[in-house]
Design a protein around this ligand. Structure first.
Ligand SMILES: Nc1ncnc2c1ncn2[C@@H]1O[C@H](COP(=O)(O)OP(=O)(O)OP(=O)(O)O)[C@@H](O)[C@H]1O
Ligand SMILES: [Mg+2]
Length: 272
């Protein structure tokens, strides 16, 4: 049986799709069979970040409505053999996604894959609820700012009350905190929330801290998940998070501001 992992946040624009792309690519690089599903109907983005937008023929809504077979809609990644992508549709009709339809897709994918990653849309409306409903585990993507932490807290409540596991009174969804766009220098200046404060409020295990990094934009513009950029800070941080998820112990990086030396203070250092 596959493990279903939802990547969710409540708040929009915090890095869910970036994390879904990086995390699924990283898991697949470790040899796991992984499929990543875009649940953001109407605003699909994952295909762009994964660099497969020109190969989208059918999407999840076509499969649910019976216009295409699941195998016709799945796109095999060209870089990592064990990775597939199920794109969202561009349709405005969000009702096209039904619980029964998604259940059938997840059941079918479970036979073939080890991990099913669900990239949730923002909010706590229907699309986000469907993305998390079947989850066994959740990556809670949070930025170091009050509004993001508050929305993550709300989504944790939803996971604990509205998921299939909650409804069936099974073992709760296993939650992991992924703090993204962390800028240690700004945290030190008091402009952003400290990691410890975020952890104290949300009180779930920390899986990774992804630093604010220009490489993320570069990666999404070229359609290469940032985890494939092995020299970038964000790529390294995502690789560590995947390794921790698979049971490795690794120290957190990029959580302290770089102590600037005399010359970089003098001439202005630039972080990668
Ligand atoms: N670590 C990072 N460093 C710098 N920029 C980042 C980082 N993570 C994400 N971003 C940028 O933040 C923006 C939002 O990212 P992304 O699309 O992954 O968020 P999202 O949560 O999926 O958004 P939505 O809620 O709209 O689906 C993008 O422009 C992305 O490039
Ligand atoms: Mg997104």
């Amino acid at each position: 049986m596959a493990q279903v992992i939802v990547v969710t946040s409540g708040k929009g624009g915090v890095g869910k799709t970036t994390t879904s792309a990086a995390f699924s690519t990283g898991l697949a690089q470790s040899g796991k069979k992984v499929v990543v599903i875009d649940f953001d109907v109407g605003l699909r983005n994952l295909d762009l970040i994964m660099g497969v937008e020109r190969r989208v023929v059918f999407d999840i809504v076509n499969v649910i409505s019976g216009e295409a077979k699941l195998s016709q809609a799945l796109i095999r990644d060209k870089r990592v053999e064990t990775l597939s992508i199920l794109p969202a549709s561009q349709t405005r009709d969000k009702d096209a996604l039904t619980k029964e339809g998604v259940a059938k897709i997840i059941e079918e994918l479970s036979k073939e894959f080890d991990y099913i990653i669900c990239d949730s849309p923002a909010g706590i409306e229907k699309g986000a609820l469907l993305a998390l409903y079947f989850a066994d585990q959740a990556l809670i993507v949070t930025n170091p700012e009050v509004s993001s932490v508050r929305d993550s807290d709300r989504i944790l409540g939803v996971l604990q009350s509205k998921s299939k596991r909650a409804e069936e009174k099974k073992e709760p969804v296993k939650e992991h905190l992924v703090v993204t766009r962390y800028d240690a220098a700004r945290v030190e200046k008091g402009e952003m929330l400290k990691l410890e404060d975020i952890q104290e409020i949300l009180a779930i295990p920390l899986l990774g801290v992804i630093p604010e990094s220009e490489s993320v934009l570069r990666a999404s513009n070229t359609g290469n998940p940032v985890i494939l950029d092995e020299v970038s800070n964000a790529g390294v941080a995502y690789k560590d998070a995947v390794a921790r998820f698979l049971g490795d112990e690794r120290p957190m990086k990029f959580i302290d501001a770089e102590k600037k030396g005399f010359f970089s203070r003098l001439f202005g250092g630039r972080a990668a």
